[in-house]
Write a protein that binds this ligand. Structure first.
Ligand code: NAP
Length: 351
């Protein structure tokens, strides 16, 4: 099979580096272009990037020249790890020039015709792309993946909403340092400390709103949000990778603890039969020990693509409570974008 050529926007950053690492031996895609800011453009990738991963830079990429993030990149589609402030215009410019854009940034996530995609949960939301193409007036389009904490949260939400209908969710996050990009949080702010309200509460808002779009429906050419109340409180903690979340849920129908654990354990996805290379099976792993999941021990399970859920116990305020862990730069960013692209390829939207 001739591989599709991928351009990486924000290739020198935390998410861009993960994309390059995860694509090194990808059976369908290969990196053909790397792009970043004017500070990096013109340098070769090894010089321009401050490579932070344990394995060496994949050889063909190390010697590539970093390009500016603009139309004309030599690729079939782009994966974007750009900051939101830059992604807003740059991604739209590329889409208008005919390029499919798979983005990690928040800028386009909540637009009324942009899929906020998790292949295992809402693959049908890709139908919105046709309407978006008409608006943009191009063959190009933008598909986004959610915030890195939204992704971990929304898997058990999807399982429980499907079986019992969810009424309310309360979530407290403990988010890793790599989630803030490089160089991220100053060491003197985070050593011996926990920082509440990431992005001055902007992160709380994303986690309270994105799941409603993801679990909602695409019908009559618009998204209808799921009717669930969510309250979120976010924190940056002194962990390198892996976001841990403490979640309480209220269900519309009565369920036992065993029913709730069964719904999580038995969750199946509409893409299970598609054979997407980055899709973990099962996608949710239910732990039985009360002191799991832990970031250091559980973030790399299923190559960092699984969502690890701790044991369920009764909640004295809502109905049930449990913890969830997901790898923020893999399942929450680079791996999520690659999985989105795999589904788009299978559905004939790219390539
Ligand atoms: N880190 C995570 O866990 C995570 C998870 C989910 C989503 N995200 C989202 O993914 C995006 C990237 O995050 P990150 O953590 O990888 O950030 P990062 O480490 O700060 O990297 C930012 C990248 O964007 C490039 N860039 C910055 N300004 C630019 C400009 N004006 N024009 C072109 N390129 C520019 C940088 O290039 P230079 O090196 O040349 O400056 C670098 O490659 C953000 O939107 C973030 O919210 C991150």
């Amino acid at each position: 099979m001739k591989k599709l050529r991928v351009g990486i926007l924000g290739a020198t950053g935390t998410v861009g580096q993960r994309m390059i690492q995860l694509l090194e031996r990808h059976p369908w895609f290969e990196v053909s272009a790397v792009a970043a800011s004017d500070n990096s453009a013109g340098k070769n990738y090894a010089q321009a990037s401050r490579w932070m991963l344990e394995m060496p830079i994949p050889e063909p990429v190390a010697s590539m020249t970093v390009q500016p993030c603009q139309p004309g990149l030599d690729c079939d589609f782009v994966l974007s790890g750009l900051p939101s402030s830059v992604a807003e215009d740059t991604e739209l410019q590329l889409a208008k020039a005919g390029m499919p854009v798979v983005s990690n940034a928040s800028s386009h996530r909540m637009k009324p015709d942009v899929p906020l995609l998790i292949p295992e949960i809402n693959p049908d939301h890709l139908d919105a792309v046709e309407l978006q193409k008409k608006r943009i007036g191009s063959r190009g389009f933008i598909v986004t993946n959610p915030n890195c904490s939204t992704i971990g949260l929304v898997f058990p939400m999807a399982a429980l909403d499907r079986k019992f209908k969810l009424e309310a969710v309360h979530v407290v996050t403990m988010q890793a340092l790599s989630g803030a990009g490089y160089p991220g949080v100053a060491s003197l702010d985070i050593i011996d400390n926990v920082l509440p309200a990431i992005d001055l509460g902007g992160e709380d808002h994303k986690i309270e709103t994105e799941p409603l779009k993801i679990l909602g429906r695409w019908r009559n050419n618009q998204f209808a949000n799921a009717p669930i109340r969510i309250s979120a409180m976010t924190h940056r903690v002194n962990v390198r990778d892996g976001h841990l979340e403490a979640i309480s849920v209220q269900l519309a129908t009565k369920a036992t603890r065993e029913d709730v654990e069964g719904a999580i354990r038995d969750f199946t996805s509409p893409i299970d039969e598609l054979g997407l290379p980055s899709a973990p099976r099962p996608v949710m792993l239910l732990e039985s020990h009360i002191q799991r999941p832990q970031p250091r021990l559980d973030r790399d399970r299923s190559q960092g693509m699984a969502v690890v859920v701790g044991p369920v116990s009764p909640c004295a305020v809502l109905d049930y409570k449990f913890r969830v862990l997901s790898h923020n730069t893999i399942r929450g960013a680079a791996g999520a974008a690659i999985l989105n692209a795999e589904l788009m390829y299978r559905k004939g939207l790219i390539g």
